[in-house]
Design a binder for this molecule. Structure first.
Ligand code: 13P
Ligand code: SF4
Length: 303
């Protein structure tokens, strides 16, 4: 990738003098994932890694809620995101006022909030979850009813794996809601050897036709451990691109969908971020204090 080389060299050269670490989500493009990231992972891994960072600066290559989560866990560090507009349709789907209303409507029902939300929403919640631990978190209360917000499909997919009644909100991921069971069944009909691996933000009928469902890192590990001859990753397109080189014996069948928010992060804006120290994440200290509790409860929950 000669076109990327000058950016990769400049970014990697600047990390040390800046005492910066680059955290990148599994949906970042291969040149970010393989060439400049210090730590890659799913949302849960990145949140956990954020608690261990001892650099002064965290550059978060991912979307805004991920950078905000790193800031919550590192209030005294500088957390930068290369493009402040890297949002998320799930985070946009709910506000703190909505959560306060839910609490009034369902008094005493614990509120489990997906990390794909703003700090303001986390602050109104009892605990956070990610796609990797949602069932465990929902069951951790030992009660028969839990609100799991804002991803309706994640809540429905969790409900299918537990006896707890899971109440949902109407948020959706604009990337995963586009997959349909019919299109996947058509691939399977054309070639029954294809393994279908889906992210739990997909609609339940999509998850029902999948051979495996898991977080982004769960999906990667499944492919690495099981080496299916042909696999269809029902998720964001960079996932397949990022692991293709590590599993040359596996054939990746597309379709996939792009997350326009994740794709706002590029090598040029990562470099700008390090050169100009922008764009810095700030969270209101009072909101941060309450939101941090919800994230820490999740991070500290034993497996
Ligand atoms: P993971 O927590 O599985 O990495 O998912 C994050 C996300 O935004 C998926 O769309
Ligand atoms: Fe949000 Fe979906 Fe993009 Fe993940 S893939 S960041 S849930 S819009």
């Amino acid at each position: 990738w000669p076109v990327y080389a000058p950016y990769v060299a400049a970014i990697n050269r600047l990390k040390k003098p800046r005492n910066a670490v680059i955290l990148a989500h599994n949906y970042q493009t291969p040149e970010i994932f393989h060439c400049v990231a210090d730590i890659v992972g799913d949302s849960l891994q990145l949140a956990k890694e954020a608690t261990k960072v001892d650099a002064d600066i965290i550059v978060q290559c991912g979307v805004h809620f991920m950078a905000e989560t790193s800031k919550l866990l590192n209030p005294h560090k500088t957390v930068l995101i290369p493009d402040m507009k890297a949002g998320c349709s799930l985070a946009e789907s709910i506000t703190g006022a909505d959560v306060r209303l839910l609490r009034e409507t369902y008094p005493g029902v614990p509120i489990v909030t997906y990390v794909n939300t703003s700090a303001e929403v986390k602050a109104e919640s009892d605990i956070c979850c990610t796609s990797a631990n949602a069932v465990q978190i929902v069951e951790s209360f030992g009660v028969d009813r839990v609100l799991c917000i804002p991803d309706e499909f994640l809540a429905q997919n969790v409900a299918a794996q537990t006896n707890v009644k899971v109440l949902a909100w109407k948020g959706h991921c604009e990337v995963h809601e586009r997959f349909t069971a019919d299109e996947l069944l058509a691939y399977k009909a054309a070639d029954p050897d294809i393994q279908i691996i889906a992210h739990p933000e997909c609609p339940p009928d999509v998850v029902a036709v999948a051979d495996f469902t898991g977080s982004t890192s769960g999906m990667i590990n499944y492919v690495k451990d099981n080496r299916p001859a042909k696999v269809l990753l029902v998720t964001e397109c960079s996932m397949a691109s990022n692991i293709e080189s590590e599993v040359p014996d596996v054939k990746f069948i597309k379709p996939c969908n792009l997350c326009p928010h994740m794709k706002r992060i590029t090598l040029p804006n990562i470099l700008e971020s390090l050169v100009f120290m922008r764009e810095e994440i700030h969270v209101d200290p009072l909101v941060a204090k309450r939101a941090r509790l919800a994230v820490e409860r999740m991070v500290n929950l034993k497996n």
